[in-house]
Design a protein around this ligand. Structure first.
Ligand SMILES: Cc1cc2nc3c(=O)[nH]c(=O)nc-3n(C[C@H](O)[C@H](O)[C@H](O)COP(=O)(O)OP(=O)(O)OC[C@H]3O[C@@H](n4cnc5c(N)ncnc54)[C@H](O)[C@@H]3O)c2cc1C
Length: 383
C-alpha cells in the first residue's frame, strides 16, 4: 500500500491521522506486519476488511464453525430472515458506506423507518394501557439483516483468511512477536485485535501474558453483562400491536417487549418477537422450550383475550446466555461509562480491543459502534 492509498482510506473513513509518523519509516514497515483478529463478529469482520484494503496481512481465528457472532440470523423459520441478535439499525444508513469504505461499491440494502408509536401498548399491573414507549429513531432491515449486509459486502474479501473452530486460549505478548495459542496450534503475529465478548473475558476463557493491568481486569470483573433471550412465534392471525412493552421497575432490571417482527417486511406471515434481557428475563431463561412455549402463550392469552393459544403455529428460541463463546447479551445500558471506558485500553501497543463493549465508554451495545471501534483499533495500531 502506498502513502496515497492509505490517506485515501483514512479520508473516506473521515479520520485524520498523523500520517507523517506512520510513514516515516516507510510503508513497507506497515505492510510487512501480521495481524491476528480473535472473533468473526461485526468487529472482527470490519477490522479484517479494512486491513485487507490496506494491504496488511491478517488472519481471523473464530471459535465457532461460522461467522456473525451476535448478528446470528435464521433463514428457514419464515419467508424473511429473523435476526436472532442484532435486529435494528440504530444509526443512519451512511454506516454501510463507512464500513465498505469504497465509493465505487453500490449498496443495495433496504431499510425502513421503525415507528411503532402509532400502535404500541404497555403491560402494567396485568392490564394493557396505551403509553409512550421510549423513543424510536431506529430502522429495520427489509427482508435482510445486519448479517446479510456483511455476507454481501464484507465476507467475500475476508473469508479466505478466516479459520473456524479455532478457540484461542492464550495471548503472550511478552516478546516482540506475539504468541497466540489454541489447544493444538501456535500462531505468531505483530499485533492482535481481541473482539471476544466481555462475558467470555469475565469467565477467564482467554489468558494474557503478562496479565491485564489491575484496573482493566477490575473493570472486566465488575461491569454487568445482561442475560437474555429472543423468541419468535408464528401465529395464524395478527392480534397484537407493533410493540408491547412491560413496565419494569427499577429500569436497571432489564427490558421485556413483544413486538411485531413482520413490521415493514414483504410478507403475509404473522411473526411476533419476544425480547427479554436483564434480571427480568429469568422467568423465560430458566425454562426448557416446551415450558417456555406454554408460559409465553399463557402470558399472551392474558394480554390479548385468549387469542394466542388458538392462533399459535410454531416458535423458535435463541437463548444468548447459553450461547457458546458469547454467554450473555451485552453490557447493560446503565453501566458506568468510566468503567466501560477502561475495558478496551490497548496493551503495550500490541494487543487492541474492538467490539460491542470496547467503544471507549461511548454508545456500547450496538453493531454500528462495534464496527466503528474496529476501524479505530486498526488505525490506532499503525499510528
Ligand atoms: C439479543 C440481542 C439484541 C441486540 N440487538 C441489537 C440491535 O437491534 N441493534 C444493534 O445494533 N445491536 C444489537 N445488539 C448488539 C450487537 O449484536 C453487538 O453489539 C454486536 O453484534 C457485537 O459484535 P462483536 O463483533 O463485538 O461481538 P460478537 O458478535 O459477540 O463476536 C465475537 C466473536 O468472538 C468469538 N469468540 C469468543 N471467544 C473466542 C475465542 N476464545 N477464540 C476465538 N473466537 C472467540 C465468538 O464466537 C464471536 O463470533 C444486540 C445483541 C443481542 C445479544
Amino acid at each position: 500500500m502506498t502513502r496515497k492509498e492509505f490517506i485515501k482510506i483514512c479520508g473516506i473513513l473521515g479520520l485524520t491521522l498523523p500520517f507523517q509518523s506512520i510513514f516515516s519509516k516507510g510503508s513497507s514497515r506497515i505492510s510487512s506486519q501480521e495481524v491476528i483478529i480473535i472473533g468473526a463478529g461485526a468487529a472482527g469482520m470490519t477490522a479484517a476488511y479494512l486491513l485487507n484494503q490496506m494491504g496488511i496481512s491478517f488472519k481471523i481465528l473464530e471459535a465457532k464453525p461460522t461467522y456473525g457472532g451476535r448478528m446470528k440470523k435464521l433463514e428457514d423459520f419464515t419467508d424473511f430472515p429473523l435476526s436472532l441478535g442484532a435486529e435494528w439499525l440504530s444509526t443512519n444508513t451512511n454506516i454501510f458506506e463507512e464500513i465498505i469504505n469504497n465509493p465505487k461499491v453500490k449498496i443495495d440494502i433496504e431499510t425502513t423507518r421503525y415507528n411503532p408509536l402509532e400502535s404500541s401498548l404497555t403491560w402494567k399491573k396485568r392490564k394493557l394501557r396505551s403509553g409512550i414507549i421510549g423513543f424510536f429513531n431506529d430502522k429495520k432491515f427489509v427482508n435482510s439483516s445486519w448479517l446479510t449486509f456483511f455476507e454481501q459486502y464484507i465476507l467475500p474479501s475476508i473469508s479466505a483468511y478466516t479459520h473456524f473452530n479455532t478457540i484461542v486460549k492464550t495471548i503472550d505478548y511478552t516478546s516482540e512477536k506475539i504468541k497466540i495459542t489454541t489447544d493444538t496450534t501456535e500462531y505468531n503475529c505483530d499485533k492482535v485485535i481481541v473482539t471476544i465478548p466481555v462475558k467470555m473475558m469475565q469467565n477467564r476463557s482467554l489468558d494474557f501474558l503478562p496479565p491485564l493491568p489491575k484496573e482493566q481486569q477490575k473493570a472486566f470483573d465488575t461491569v454487568m453483562v445482561w442475560d437474555g433471550l429472543k423468541a419468535f412465534i408464528e401465529f395464524s392471525e395478527k392480534f397484537y400491536p407493533a410493540f408491547t412493552e412491560f413496565k419494569i421497575r427499577p429500569k436497571k432490571s432489564g427490558q421485556i417487549a413483544y413486538y411485531d417482527a413482520s413490521y415493514g417486511q414483504n410478507t403475509d406471515k404473522h411473526i411476533l418477537g419476544l425480547f427479554a434481557v436483564g434480571e427480568a428475563s429469568s422467568p423465560y431463561l430458566t425454562k426448557n422450550k416446551e415450558e417456555l412455549t406454554r408460559y409465553i402463550l399463557n402470558e399472551l392469552d392474558q394480554m390479548f383475550e385468549q387469542k394466542a393459544s388458538s392462533n399459535f403455529i410454531k416458535i423458535t428460541v435463541q437463548n444468548w446466555t447459553n450461547e457458546a463463546f458469547i454467554e450473555g447479551t451485552y453490557v447493560y445500558d446503565y453501566e458506568d461509562y468510566r468503567k466501560v471506558e477502561k475495558l478496551g485500553a490497548p496493551l503495550a501497543n500490541k494487543v487492541f480491543f474492538a467490539g460491542e463493549a470496547y467503544t471507549n465508554g461511548n454508545n456500547w451495545g450496538f453493531v454500528h459502534t462495534a464496527t466503528q471501534s474496529a476501524q479505530a483499533a486498526v488505525l490506532r495500531m499503525f499510528t
